[in-house]
Design a protein around this ligand. Sequence first.
Ligand code: HEC
Length: 221
Amino acid sequence: MIKFIQQYLHTVALALGLIISLALGVLSFSGAAIAQQKADPAFQKMMQGGFKAEGIAGLDRIQQDETQAFCSDVDFANGNSKAATAKRETIQKLNMAEIQLPSDFIYIGDWKKGEAIAQSGRGATWTDSAKTPVGGGCYNCHEINKKEISYGNIGPSLWNYGKTRGYSKQIMVYTWNRISNSKAYNACSNMPRFAHFKLLNEKQIQDVMALLLDPQSPVNQ
Ligand code: HEC
């Protein structure tokens, strides 16, 4: 009987030890998550060890550029400090400066092709080839054509985009810039930088532009 109690106590002690070490593990893990925003070398090392290059998805994808590094430091980037405000402006200028206007000065392509691009979320994964056309996935975040009832709402509705804003040169250029590199207007915009990451080419941006800004597009009826 005594032996049994001894064994029982031993098991309880082991279990307690396990619980304590698990709790410590969770604590140090959340510590790591906070450190992540501070570009901690240990975190960088963990990231590099946790991913492997496969197909077209190289490890360059986990290298953050200046814009991403700034926005990953969430508390600072979203704060109201003078330093953060100044940095947001610098980041926006940096992104604005790299936007290329259409080489043929044509902003509007084919809205039907634009609808297909806005619908598609394909491309750029390691199972794709470099030649797979990448979709815009615009409906993931925006309502666009009312006929499509499945859409996300992280971004504003783009229904009647041209009809409500007009078709001026100013709106054309603004929309071109937004699609090319949204961070030119909002340093930590949640919208992907389609031209910066070569997700969409010039022709595809012209087609998506047509979906939003061709008076014939169903979006503007
Ligand atoms: C991951 C979400 C996301 C995706 C994908 C996305 N957007 Fe956006 N978009 C946003 C957000 C959020 C905004 C609001 C502005 C901001 O926060 O920067 C926005 C703003 C816009 C605006 C400006 C709207 C205005 O009224 O000024 C346009 C135009 C736009 N998006 C077009 C597109 C197009 C076209 C695509 C696909 C090629 C697309 N977006 C894909 C999130 C997204």
